[in-house]
Design a protein around this ligand. Structure first.
Ligand code: NAD
Length: 260
C-alpha cells in the first residue's frame, strides 16, 4: 500500500516510534529512522527492517531539540530520498514534578522536543507534500493532549499544544491531498513509561508488576497497556485512502482513559 512513499519517524530507535516504523515498513514504505542510541543497535534496527520488509531505510541522528539539526535531517531526507511523504512526529520526553519544583531546563527541553520540533519538521516537509498533492502528517500526542495529570505540566502543555498545531495544519491543507492528524495513546509500556513504573515501585515499596497494575488501575479502565503495534496500525489507517478525509482529529487509543 505504501510502496514508493518515504516515511520519516522521529524518535524511532525505541518504543512507539519503532513500532510505527515497522508498521509502515510492512506496507512497503521506505523508512528514515531518527533518535538516540548506540550505533550498532541502530544499524541492527535498520538491517532487520530492510530484511523483514524488503524496504530501504536511512538514519539521521538529529537532536530534535535543535532547529539547526532538524533542518539538517530534512535536507538529508530531501537529498537521499527525494523528500518526506509521511511525517510521524513522535520523539518525546517526560519529566514528573510539581510545578514549583519543575526544573526550568526540563520545561524548555520538553516544549522543544515534544512541540516545537513538530512545527519545524512540518514547515520543512509541507512544500514537498503540497507539490505532490499527497502527504500524511501524524503527530504522536497523548491522552495528555486531551486531559491533564498532576506533576506533568510541561508534558501536558506540550501535548495540548501539539493537538492545536495538528488542527491548524489540517485546516491549512484541507483542500489538498495532505492530511494531518494526532494519535493520543494512553499507557504504552515503553522505556519512557518503565521509568515511571520504577519510580512508583520504589516510592510505594512494591514489585515491578504491582507498580504496573497500580499505574493502569489509576487511569486506564481496560487494565491493559496499549501496544506500539496497535498504534502502528492506526498510523497505517491514516495513510490509507480510507483515511483521506480524516483531518485534524485527535484520536485516542487509550483503553478507555478519556471516556471517564
Ligand atoms: P521512548 O523513550 O521509548 O522513545 C522515545 C524516542 O525518542 C527514542 O527513540 C529517543 O531516542 C527519541 N528521542 C528522545 N529525545 C530525543 C531528541 N532530543 N532528539 C531525537 N530523538 C529523541 O518513548 P515512547 O514511550 O515510545 O514515546 C514516544 C512518543 O509517544 C512520545 O512523544 C511520547 O510522549 C508519546 N506517548 C507515549 C506514551 C506511553 O505510554 N509510552 C503515551 C502517550 C504518548
Amino acid at each position: 500500500m505504501l510502496q514508493g512513499k518515504t516515511a520519516l519517524v522521529t524518535g524511532s530507535t525505541s518504543g512507539i516510534g519503532l513500532g510505527i516504523a515497522h508498521s509502515l515498513a510492512k506496507q512497503g514504505a521506505t523508512i528514515i529512522f531518527n533518535g538516540f542510541g548506540n550505533a550498532d543497535d541502530i544499524r541492527h534496527i535498520q538491517q532487520q527492517t530492510e530484511t523483514d520488509y524488503g524496504v530501504k531505510t536511512g538514519y539521521h541522528n538529529a537532536d530534535m531539540s535543535k532547529s539547526k539539526e532538524i533542518a539538517d535531517l530534512m535536507a538529508y531526507a530531501q537529498q537521499e530520498f527525494g523528500g518526506v511523504d509521511i511525517l510521524v512526529n513522535n520523539a518525546g520526553i517526560q519529566h514528573v514534578a510539581n510545578i514549583e519544583d519543575f526544573p526550568e531546563e526540563k520545561w524548555d527541553a520538553i516544549i522543544a522536543i515534544n512541540l516545537t520540533s513538530c512545527f519545524h519538521t512540518t514547515r520543512l516537509a509541507l512544500p514537498h507534500m503540497k507539490a505532490n498533492n499527497w502527504g500524511r502528517i501524524i503527530n504522536i500526542a497523548s491522552v495528555h493532549g486531551l486531559v491533564a495529570s498532576a506533576q506533568k505540566s510541561a508534558y501536558v502543555a506540550a501535548k495540548h499544544g501539539l493537538i492545536g498545531l495538528t488542527k491548524t495544519t489540517a485546516l491549512e491543507t484541507a483542500q489538498s491531498g495532505v492530511t494531518c492528524n494526532a494519535i493520543c495513546p494512553g499507557w504504552v509500556l515503553t522505556p519512557l513509561v518503565q521509568t515511571q513504573v520504577d519510580a512508583r515501585a520504589e516510592k510505594d515499596h512494591i514489585s515491578n508488576d504491582e507498580a504496573k497494575k497500580a499505574l493502569l488501575a489509576e487511569k486506564q479502565p481496560s487494565g491493559e497497556f496499549v501496544t506500539p503495534d496497535q498504534l502502528g496500525d492506526l498510523a497505517v489507517f491514516f495513510c490509507s485512502d480510507a483515511g483521506s478525509q480524516v483531518r485534524g482529529v485527535a484520536w485516542n487509543m487509550d483503553g478507555g482513559w478519556v471516556a471517564q
